[in-house]
Design a protein around this ligand. Structure first.
Ligand code: SAH
Ligand code: SF4
Length: 341
């Protein structure tokens, strides 16, 4: 598939062509996101031949917009019947794409629609990269600057493909690692491995609970990597990379939004200088509990700030089109009116 091709594969494909061709095509694909057919500086026959070989991996099934077009959710179909979603979010000062790292997810967090659906397949490096390329073109004339691995899947459970995609994005697509955020449920070996890589990405850890009893229940993976072990891996990460660490905290009414939860969270976040992102729980079919009302979220934030922890209430984009965090299930087919050929 198009972005799974290595530079050396492309050179082999262009055997017999002038040497500069490989550069030309590589740049066209990565920097400009062109289809080979659009590379008008290539001879026509070559364009057609490359178009045959470098087929795109993602086929658009449906697209839906909300927030007056500022949030765009795309449902893609991939080889083997896998389906994934990406969400493009345009803010006044930046454009961010939220990409998937797996089709579904096997981590089983109880409140997450992707987790409720289970894992249906891994993504390849090229399938991850192509999501960014497509989003960047969709965002034009605005400039896509940020990539977050907060779509479907657990990135550290598909480590090799995710890391190769990050390198490709940084080295060839022109998106600096500093503008890439990997969000993880807390797979400790993956965090450690990430700490040793050559490029420093931002790390977001989906905490949601700051004591093991509650976290075991909400995030089953906690039974394997409990909080003390996770916090130690987070420290290793920030010390090795110098990047900012953030904790994601979905606010669940009556479950993790009490003053004692803020106190426990602060005890973990403060020594790590972690930033906390608060996001009211998005309703999903498989979890009956509701999100904390806005006033409760604000009070929780104020309490964290008083305890010396920086916290932001995250703007919750695309809730009405099921494009918000945790709502991605790749099952809904948009009405034909939303279908973009
Ligand atoms: N698997 C990774 C990345 C994808 S999930 C992870 O868990 O970090 C992206 C974010 O959405 C995570 O912070 C996750 O905890 C959060 N999330 C999942 N379900 C949610 C829901 N129903 N409401 C709000 N946030 C949710
Ligand atoms: Fe998977 Fe993340 Fe959802 Fe948990 S929150 S089930 S790790 S996608």
């Amino acid at each position: 598939m198009r972005y799974d091709v290595a530079r050396s594969d492309l050179e082999r494909l262009l055997d017999g062509e002038p040497r500069y061709r490989a550069d030309q095509v590589w740049r066209g694909l990565h920097q400009r996101g062109l289809d080979p057919e659009e590379m008008t500086d290539l001879p026509k026959a070559l364009r057609a031949r490359l178009g045959e070989v470098l087929r795109p991996a993602l086929a658009l099934v449906a697209e839906s917009e909300s927030d007056a077009g500022d949030t765009v959710k795309s449902l893609w179909s991939l080889a083997g019947g896998r389906r994934i979603e990406t969400v493009l979010m345009q803010y006044h000062d930046r454009v961010t794409v939220c990409i998937s790292s797996q089709a579904g997810c096997g981590m089983g967090c109880v409140f997450c629609a992707t987790g409720q659906a289970g894992l249906s397949g891994q993504l390849t490096m090229g399938e991850i990269v192509e999501q960014v390329i497509r989003a960047r073109r969709r965002a034009e004339p605005r400039r896509l600057g940020n990539v977050v691995f907060m779509g479907m899947g657990e990135p550290l459970a598909n480590y090799a493909a995710v890391w190769a995609a990050i390198e490709r994005l940084h080295d060839d697509v022109g998106i600096s690692a500093r503008r890439i955020t990997v969000s993880t449920v807390g797979l400790v070996p993956g965090i450690r491995r990430l700490a040793g890589e050559r490029l420093p990405v931002n790390l977001a850890v989906s905490l949601h609970a700051a004591n093991d009893t509650l976290r075991d229940r909400l995030v089953p993976v906690n039974r394997r990597y409990p909080l003390a072990v996770l916090a130690a891996a987070c420290r290793e990460y920030t010390e090795a990379t110098g990047r900012r660490l953030s904790f994601e905290w979905a606010m669940i009414a009556g479950v993790n939004d009490q003053p004692s939860d803020a106190t426990e969270l602060a005890a973990i976040a403060r020594p790590l200088h972690a930033h906390v992102n608060l996001i009211p729980l998005n309703p999903t079919p498989g979890y009956a509990t509701r999100g904390t009302p806005a006033a409760g979220v604000q009070a929780f934030r104020d309490r964290l700030e008083k305890l010396g922890v920086n916290a932001t209430v995250r703007d919750n984009r695309g809730t009405d089109i099921d494009a918000a965090c945790g709502q991605l299930a790749a099952s809904a087919i948009a009405a034909p009116a939303n279908l973009t050929p």
